[in-house]
Design a protein around this ligand. Structure first.
Ligand SMILES: [Zn+2]
Length: 166
């Protein structure tokens, strides 16, 4: 094989790799700047509706828990649940984590956080094991969460008992 041919093959491979890298970068850029796809948002809404119906059936809780998609969360957190001083409960889902696995976010993370929210509504503010008590686990399992293990090494609940602006 002549030197020229080898060089051409090399050039060809380099060009292909460069195009591929630009494509990956572009996809990342697109994801970071755009909201989640319509399909994903619809699935989150459907799942939330279902979780709400389970909460009503089992705990007689009829409460609309807002689900916010946040792109400013710590990257090691998939979701978090906040109880604020004015008794509002909000679930945050980490937008960046949807990039890797939409099913995991919807079938595991959302029920996990929803169970934290129900604990708050039931007036249970236990911080035992980062809020992952036995009772929390029972709720998570009832909500058909795919991952309800109690030994997660993160703190994903925020409890504000007093007005931070006072
Ligand atoms: Zn948790």
């Amino acid at each position: 094989m002549g030197i020229k041919k080898v060089f051409n093959i090399f050039l060809f491979l380099t060009t292909i790799s460069t195009i591929f890298l630009i494509y990956l970068w572009y996809k990342d850029y697109q994801f970071d700047t755009k909201p989640l796809t319509k399909d994903t948002i619809l699935r989150i809404q459907e799942k939330t509706k279902y979780l709400k119906s389970l909460a009503l059936e089992k705990y007689n809780i009829n409460y609309n828990i807002p689900i916010l998609i946040s792109k400013d969360m710590k990257s090691n957190l998939f979701g978090k649940t906040k109880y604020s001083f004015d008794e509002k409960i909000v679930i945050y889902l980490n937008k960046n984590r949807f990039k890797e696995n939409v099913n995991y976010m919807i079938d595991s993370v959302l029920p996990h956080e929803y169970a934290h929210a129900i604990m708050f509504i039931l007036g249970d503010f236990s911080r035992q094991n980062g809020g992952h008590s036995k009772k929390w686990q029972e709720i998570c399992i009832f909500l058909e969460g795919k991952k309800c293990d109690r030994f997660v090494n993160h703190n994903d609940i925020i409890i504000e008992k007093t007005n931070p602006f006072n």
